[in-house]
Design a protein around this ligand. Sequence first.
Ligand SMILES: [Zn+2]
Length: 324
Amino acid sequence: MGFNSAVYQEAFEIKRRRQHNARLRYEKALAELYGANPRLEEIERELRGIGARAAIAAIAGNEEVVASLRESAEALKAEKDAIYGDDAFEIAEYDCEACSDTGYLPNGQICDCVKAIAKEIARKKLCEEMPIGDSRFDNFDLDFYSDTAVGNTTPKKRMTQILRVCKEFAENFDSHSENLLFLGGTGLGKTHLSLAIAGEVLAGNRNVIYGSIQNLVNKLSAETFSYSGSTDVSDSILGCELLIIDDLGSEMSTSFSQSCIYNIINTRMMRGLSTIISTNLTLEEIEKQYTARVASRIIGNYTLLQFLGADVRQQKAINAINRK
Ligand SMILES: [Zn+2]
């Protein structure tokens, strides 16, 4: 996973703050401990003195002295254990033990704790424009969907089912949840439900990325053609636990966008990671607009949810005018 240097710089900055805070917490806890048990501080000081004398005696080859110092040390440790009693506790000196908060492992590699921070920064940058706002399940209004029959169902019945599927998806989400394909015209609530899912899943501290297809393709294109070697955008899009692609089919179709879309859908499928796609296209149009391998992967591996109804945004606008 390669992050660009700006992301790493920011990650190390955060790491330094965490290191500082861990140090402050440690010193405060130690001061409280010694305040309550002054003898503990004395024991620690004596143990340090014994350690230094033992080292000197060992160099001088004075085994008798070394043995007697070891005995004293053991007695002090026993006394210390007795003071702690059953409440023996370790004060964490570091936020990350693996690198002692330096950010680097003994072999010189960057520690996982910094990589995790970098990953989170990269994800946040991608999600900055996630417009969750007011799109929640509890304000998804089924009254905008009619009871007039469409085939063997009604828009209200269908949307009640879809709302339930989406809620269950968000509640039971794990990174290997199914893939969903939201089909239907403009203004039927596809984006509202996508964002409601994103909000719930994010609240469970899951790694979610939401973006319109054009936006995702633009970001991948900027990264690919910057030739910086950075892969944080593609790593995030291909590796996040839930990816929500809004408005598939609205992008400017180029060979780059086609290969991006195939790569996203195929890689996430191979990794068993969940993806939600919403589109105004019909299945026939998906088959026409994309290569056979893209279309077959979407149609074959996604749960299809056909939204029904009349444009909710238009209805809301009409209601607003009627109220005036
Ligand atoms: Zn670390």
